[in-house]
Design a protein around this ligand. Structure first.
Ligand code: NAP
Length: 277
């Protein structure tokens, strides 16, 4: 990782020994395990002895990742799942619990990103519904289905793979993505007081730029410093090993506090940029 990327990103966990001690033999569900951060995470968890459950829509990709984990001596199971489909979520959750009555950790990583102006969104209300489905309603439904078993088993860990944007001022063209990521972030925050006394830890990870299939279409991001999927996966590994409430870049705390008083200024700047483009 370049020095600049390292400075701008949340802290990682490099040592496999610490991760191995935390997850060996434990069942960890990773949503969005077919590509990007989720794929890199599933592979690393498989290498250190976790029993990895992989969920996403692309069945072929999931099977490839599963096979890679198994060929290296690890344990993995694939669960094709579209998080926008409530019936599928209920069915897959039931199937997972039948085979793995205790799921120790759930990493809500699957995500859909859309960057589009209001003008281009006029006939695309479905953009907002899709983002809400994948980034908010689906994860909530999945977590509700898995929660009773976590409670019965005496604990667990819920990890939300989120974005720095949910802690900053609103950004033009990103409403569908940011609103849906913020919704799940708030949902989890509201769940913490009920879950913590039950020994269920919750971690919110706020990522900056990660160079994946998701960020690739945004030309401005291509030459900006960002993490690789493997580096981002090692941030999630740090969350799984240490169970902090929040993992974020050092600069996000001050930026979060400044974003409210500076909002009139950021609105003004953005309106200049948007109207000149
Ligand atoms: N990349 C960044 O710069 C960045 C920054 C901040 C936060 N994040 C967050 O990081 C997470 C992972 O993103 P990524 O960058 O690794 O993107 P990615 O490479 O596009 O991976 C997204 C994953 O989500 C899955 N997914 C998408 N729609 C789904 C659906 N309807 N049902 C089930 N799974 C679905 C995809 O699998 P299928 O297509 O096979 O379903 C894929 O495995 C996301 O939550 C994203 O919001 C990313």
């Amino acid at each position: 990782m370049s020095l600049l990327s390292r400075l701008l990103a949340p802290p990682v966990l490099s040592r496999d020994e610490e991760l191995n001690a935390a997850v060996e033999g434990k069942v960890v569900l990773v949503t969005g395990a077919s590509h990007g951060i989720g794929e890199a995470l599933a592979l690393r968890l498989g290498r250190v002895g976790a029993r990895v459950l992989l969920a996403a829509r692309s069945q072929d990709r999931l099977q490839e990742v599963c096979l890679a984990i198994r060929s290296a001596g690890g344990q993995a199971w694939s669960y094709p799942l579209d998080l926008r489909d409530p019936e599928q979520i209920d069915g897959v959750a039931e199937e997972m619990l039948q085979r793995h009555p205790q799921i120790h950790a759930v990493v809500h990583n699957a995500g859909k990103s859309i960057r589009r102006s209001l003008r281009k969104s006029l006939l695309r209300a479905h953009d907002f519904e899709r983002c809400m489905g994948v980034n908010y309603l689906g994860p909530v439904r999945l977590q509700l289905a898995l929660l009773p078993s976590m409670l019965e088993c005496g604990g667990g860990h819920i990890v939300n793979v989120s974005s720095v944007s949910v802690r900053l001022a609103p950004a033009a063209h990103w409403a569908a993505y940011h609103c849906s990521k913020t919704a799940f972030d708030l949902w989890l925050g509201a769940a913490v007081p009920e879950l913590k006394p039950k020994n269920i830890a919750c971690t919110s990870i706020y990522f900056g730029l990660v160079h994946t299939r998701m960020s690739a279409p945004t030309k401005e991001y291509q030459n900006m410093p960002g993490q690789t999927p493997e580096e981002a996966a090692s941030v999630v590994c740090r969350a799984l090993a240490r169970r902090p409430r929040v993992l974020q870049p050092w600069w996000l705390g001050p930026a979060h506090w400044l974003s409210a008083p500076l909002e009139p200024f950021t609105e003004w700047i953005q309106s200049k940029i948007v109207s000149s483009s």
